[in-house]
Design a protein around this ligand. Sequence first.
Ligand code: ATP
Length: 362
Amino acid sequence: MSAEFDIAVFEGDGIGPEIMAPTIEILEQLQFKNKNYKLNFKTAPAGAKHYQQTSESLPQQSLKIAEESDAILLSAMGLPGVRYPDGTEISPQIELRKAFHLFAGVRPVTVRDSKYCPIHRPNGETIDFVLIRESTEGLFHSMGKGVVTKDQATETLLITRDVSEQLFDFAFKLAEQRKATGIGPGKVTCVDKANVFRAFAFFREIFDERAKNYPTIEADHAYVDAIALWMVQRPWSFDVMVTENMFGDILSDLGAGLMGGLGVAPSADIGMDQAVFQPCHGSAPDIAGKGIANPFAMILSAGMMLDWLGHQHKNKNMITDAIKLKDAVNSVLADGNNVTGDIGGVASTNEAAQAVMKCLKE
Ligand code: ATP
């Protein structure tokens, strides 16, 4: 009997529905072929458009669907023109991270094909690292709580011991796993600004404490400004990086740039027993409705979901399918004939997704 998993699907705003539809089609094709697991997709309405229509951005019913699901697949939510009365954008994805305590924002940075990478690699070095962005506190803790008077505005950053310990353990375990499978050398770099802010000195202190429990992994430190420089000058020197929410938000777009752009950058927000898988990019309203959005970041995020579910439930078939999916996207990228405009091609969303599907059939 095949294992069954409920997947909450937030197709969201802008290009969200356009990239979610082919992704579900690909997942259906994979599970149909494999027959060893079954995914039941449950649509969960939420986002800016939903807020416009109903005055609710994340309805209780959608939260319940998410709560009862085994994993959450999310495309993009929010539109610049739709805001709460305080002027902030609709971001149910941030609420989901808080609701399910999804503290580890995992952003793999893998250069799949040289032609999409803007960095010169003098000796053909491999760029393959994972940026882990704390996703429930940091400066984002202040979301909706900032104090603004006529003359000044204040937002407060929060770092807690509990969350930091969980975060660093996650990072060290990931480095161990990468080392064991021959992907990384076994190094975690703590990215902070400990030379200026006490909160970051506290963050670093906890990192050093947790590092003692992982003697086979090198514990490294760097200031965030230096990391921004090194991510451009020598991105191949990193294995696993771990940082605060706001720093991670910024650095993950830099990481996406190394890969060729937001259209190919997947991500996951992972907690102890729930996770959201969504591309690094937003709802891209400037290209919504045109059928030209790159679906690869969404498809690769779905691959991360299969891998996570496979590890959580010890289902080797799902782990194998995750690898197949990544390989299929890689080969479409390498071929270059069916890629979208954001990475230099002329293919439509559908043509790019169909090319992945064709690879999976072969
Ligand atoms: P958010 O703050 O919600 O993350 P953002 O303001 O960073 O969003 P995005 O929606 O990610 O903005 O878009 C940034 C730029 O990247 C836009 O020009 C958009 O068209 C482009 N872009 C984002 N995602 C894709 C995609 N999948 N395919 C093609 N272009 C994309």
